[in-house]
Design a protein around this ligand. Structure first.
Ligand SMILES: C[S@@+](CC[C@H](N)C(=O)[O-])C[C@H]1O[C@@H](n2cnc3c(N)ncnc32)[C@H](O)[C@@H]1O
Length: 231
């Protein structure tokens, strides 16, 4: 009998399964399996995270630390929450800009090892931050507890845009600053349903009480969305 030999079918099946696994686990970083799975992957790779990201301290201070410091300078004892904080990128960018920072900086992440890695990477500045292991969709804080809420490179992992933003806005004080990143570019193809148009994010924020938020170009793969919570 002529036809396609079995090993060609087996090779094709292997390619298909491998491709699917690569998409779901590497490109989409487990996003379609839920927050528990995403954070398990981050826990497994926590010690490699800094090496993979290769954060440039100059750009971090310029594009993360400075804009936030500018809005916090006039506030005494500012309370800052970093949602899905990872290994402490935000305090590393912000604290050099605010050497006399006398407020509270909470680093929240569901992945315990990411927070632990952050303790190591932060060095002596770790004493100026408070790590909290919790889920971004159920923030363990009362309403209006923070003057600034930041979430960098994480929105695409949250199953519901509306619920995640609602939690961030809930814990933000009136007049407080919200600073989040929104994924864009090629990820649109391999993170369908998770890469949202800027207009969708801005409309959702307006509905939740952050009118006139603005989206601007930030990095190759992300825009920065900044807004102030209304009274
Ligand atoms: C790409 S990293 C970003 C970390 C940090 N914000 C940065 O910019 O370096 C994504 C982070 O989101 C965290 N994460 C994902 N889903 C989460 C959830 N539902 N609740 C809390 N943290 C979450 C992961 O554990 C990981 O640390």
């Amino acid at each position: 009998m002529t036809g396609i030999p079995w090993f060609v079918w087996a090779g094709l099946a292997l390619l298909l399964v491998g491709g699917l696994a690569y998409w779901l686990l590497v490109l989409a970083e487990g996003a379609y399996f839920g927050p528990r799975f995403v954070c398990l992957l981050y826990d497994w790779t926590a010690t490699k995270y800094e090496g993979i990201k290769e954060f440039d301290p100059f750009y971090e201070r310029r594009f993360v630390g400075e804009p936030l410091a500018a809005t916090l300078r006039d506030r005494s004892n500012p309370r800052v929450l970093d949602v899905a904080a990872g290994t402490g990128r935000l305090p590393r960018a912000l604290l050099p800009e605010m050497p006399h920072f006398d407020g509270v900086m909470v680093e929240l992440d569901r992945a315990r090892r990411m927070l632990l890695e952050g303790r190591t990477v932060l060095g002596p500045d770790r004493a100026r931050t408070a790590p909290v292991q919790a889920d971004a969709l159920q923030l363990p804080f009362p309403d209006e507890a923070f003057d600034a809420v930041v979430s960098l490179e994480a929105l695409e992992f949250f199953p519901s845009l509306e619920s995640a933003l609602a939690e961030m806005v809930r814990v933000l004080a009136p007049g407080g600053l919200l600073m989040i990143t929104n994924r864009k570019g090629g990820a649109r193809f391999y993170l369908p349903g998770r890469v949202r148009d800027a207009s969708e994010v801005l409309e959702t924020l307006a509905r939740l009480g952050v009118p006139r938020a603005k989206s601007s170009v930030w990095q190759v793969n992300y825009d920065l969305v900044v807004g102030v919570k209304g009274p």
